[in-house]
Design a protein around this ligand. Sequence first.
Ligand code: ADP
Ligand code: MG
Length: 312
Amino acid sequence: MRVLLALGGNAMTNAEGRARVEDQQAAAAVAMRAVAELIEAGADVVITHGNGPQVGNLLVKNEIAAAVVPPVPLDWCGAQTQATLGFTLMNALDNELARRGIARPTATLVTRALVGADDPGLHRPSKPIGRHLPEGEARALMDHGQVWEDRGPKGWRRIVASPEPREILEAGAVHTLVAAGYVVVANGGGGVPVVRGADGLRGIEAVIDKDLGAALLAVTVDAEVLVVATDVPSAVLRYGQPDAEPIGRVTVSEMRGHLAEGHFASGSMGPKVEAACRFVEHGGLRAVITTIDQIIDAVAGETGSVVVPDRP
Ligand code: ADP
Ligand code: MG
């Protein structure tokens, strides 16, 4: 059984969302204990992860240090966090596998997600990133071409493009490593967005949605199960309302219906549900949205929101 595990931002920070080094190491240890359990049970695991808090921290460093060291673009931040988080996850996983006496090599790949040069999302910034700033500071950055939006009492926030990932350029390398028995960490943060222009490939100032990147990676590695691990046990209908109802097992058509009715917030649960549906529509056996603590049951489709094909 091949499983694609997508770790949410909360799997790499503490409960309050803090991303100090020790918070990230502790969270990685918890997540990799679950992965080791899955490997021990006989699964092939491919891991991907979010990078929102980590990129947010890099952007603050960019901002504060801009007069001393040149700021780096978003695609660089993406590549840097893929490497750092991959390194942290591998340390945690290697230690956990060793503790269980399991000999499985691990590898991290920095991967690029190819975006269409004509992607409409490139011209419609939609994804809030980084920290909130007072209006005056936001306006100064807008003079440099950035898009910032008034987000109410917390202040202003930068909004960037979030285009569709079309292809993972390192698909062949991921395949080769998986076939050779490696536990692979890849496509973190949804992949580093690149476009192919007249002058060749170049990184772009955008972020790919991690969950949509996970669905593409899952299809790319022919996973049978996609597990989207997050901080809630399931997707919920009428979320936050008195008659809220957790979703258990649903067909992909039913889930598409719930999505169309607007039950899932666009910046959080929406892309997870979209990713689950896409994966199943592309031949996946099931996609599960839940927390990581019951990983074995999740993979078996016995907990969380479980999206299955219309006809088995
Ligand atoms: P991750 O870091 O795992 O990607 P997100 O914060 O992006 O986590 O998404 C998970 C969050 O989605 C939950 O904590 C919850 O607050 C929010 N959410 C929005 N709509 C729903 C819904 N319909 N059902 C469940 N959770 C929802
Ligand atoms: Mg998210």
